[in-house]
Design a protein around this ligand. Structure first.
Ligand code: GP9
Ligand code: MN
Length: 418
């Protein structure tokens, strides 16, 4: 019953991170554009493949004066893949350990980022050129208070504009910006790319670099589709500028989950020039995270250990929206109180000092296995925090929480008792 919320609420309140006064409201009133970069892992950033730069545009952003680039940032998804990353961004809660929460709990009450921003006067929408029921998005987006879902029917997919899973990223971004130009402002648009998806097929005209030469056809092609997505992101920024939407927006981009699974460890080991231990596998779960604030001049590389669960409070604070009453498990990465402790859905985790993976504890800076005692306190906290998140979702506990006042509606809960 709803009384479970008392303990969860105490935990959330005691872990609340104060906003950073210099960052709070830095992008006040701007449009928010969030891009989910399909299957993009961090190992390709500022790296090359047989002498070919893989992500020239994103690499330029890692050195850009208006961009925060997070280089120790992790995905926290489970079986729900893209949809789990969406869940993390909207709710700052963990997805479930079993099936995709988008399928299992679309009937729940949520207090999403879309809902918060809608209360601030934003027009909230998601753009993704796939059928609307994929991952049960049409149902879940109602629960997440997304006002409009631009699905495949809102795009003109011309001959030659589709490959692999559907519409190519370049025309997708182009038409998305056309839609944005028609929206009331400020808007919150979340765009989900598609081209860099397994099996990473690409037509010859879109191959800007040759394939890699390992025993994995998957990894070999991955570099090419990543390179294509990078080109698409570059043209997206240009389109935003051309339509006059760039200066008054903040553009946030994150990799949704890994693209290369552990089945390709031999090929990855050849590429990286080292053995893929459980420690390396954990570090390979890093995905790039960019916060681009045009004309801010405050950008730099951020090396804090953080994860997708931190995206929501970080963004809301930049937009000048308080989150002190939100039922969230992430923290603003710019906050002094943000802790370098990122928990994976499988119970593994990373701190600034330790990595816990495959039931072993590793020194984060050397990758050497160390005594499990070092990780023990964090193992317990990880279990506790994932448990609280699961309780919120499985018990549909946000029904008993007033996110405006922070009041627990426990009397309501009592009424529900059989
Ligand atoms: C499908 C796209 C890909 O619409 O988001 O989903 P994924 O397989 O990566 O979860
Ligand atoms: Mn995905």
């Amino acid at each position: 019953d709803g009384s479970e919320l008392v303990e969860v609420n105490n935990y959330v309140r005691s872990n609340q991170a104060e906003p950073n006064a210099e960052m709070f409201g830095l992008a006040d009133g701007r449009n928010l554009i969030v891009v989910s970069m399909e299957s993009l892992q961090n190992f390709v950033i500022n790296n090359d493949m047989n002498g070919h730069e893989i992500t020239p545009f994103l690499n330029s952003l890692t050195k850009d004066k208006d961009t925060f680039y997070f280089s120790n940032f992790y995905h926290q998804t489970g079986l729900g893949k893209t949809s789990d990353s969406e869940f993390l961004v909207e709710n700052s809660l963990y997805p479930l350990g079993g099936g995709a929460v988008f399928f299992t709990h679309s009937g729940n009450k949520f207090h999403s980022m879309a809902e918060s921003l809608n209360e601030e006067g934003y027009f909230t929408n998601v753009m993704h050129p796939n059928s609307k029921s994929f991952w049960n998005r049409d149902m879940m987006y109602q629960a997440l208070s997304v006002q409009k879902f631009y699905d495949v029917n809102d795009y003109v997919v011309n001959e030659g504009d589709a490959v692999n899973w559907g519409m190519k990223d370049i025309p997708f971004f182009e038409q998305s910006v056309d839609h944005m130009a028609e929206m009331p402002q400020p808007f919150y648009s979340r765009l989900i790319t598609l081209t860099n998806h397994f099996p990473f097929d690409l037509e010859e005209e879109d191959q800007f670099i040759p394939p890699y030469d390992s025993n994995s056809r998957t990894l070999n092609k991955y570099f090419q589709t990543v390179r294509y997505m990078d080109e698409a992101l570059k043209s997206f920024f240009d389109d935003l500028k051309a339509k006059g939407l760039y200066d008054n927006s903040i553009i946030v981009m994150y990799g949704d989950h890994y693209g290369i699974s552990e089945n390709h460890n031999v090929a990855m080991s050849k590429y990286l020039g080292k053995e893929i231990t459980p420690y390396e596998s954990a570090k390979l779960q890093r995905v790039p995270f960019f916060v681009h604030i045009p004309n801010s001049g405050v950008g730099k590389e951020m090396t804090e250990t953080a994860g997708q669960i931190d995206i929501r409070p970080t963004i809301l604070h930049l937009l000048g929206v308080e989150t002190a009453k939100d039922m969230q498990l992430g923290a603003d990465v710019f906050s002094e109180d943000h802790e370098d402790f990122t928990i994976f859905r499988n119970g593994g985790f990373v701190t600034d000092k330790f990595v816990y993976a495959g039931n072993a504890c590793y020194d984060n800076s050397t990758g050497t296995e160390i005594d499990i005692e070092n990780c023990q306190p964090y193992i317990e906290r990880a279990t506790q925090e994932l448990g609280y998140s699961d309780q919120i979702i499985n018990g549909d506990l946000l029904r008993f929480y007033d996110s405006k006042t922070g009041n627990l509606l426990i009397d309501e809960a009592e009424k529900e008792k059989p």
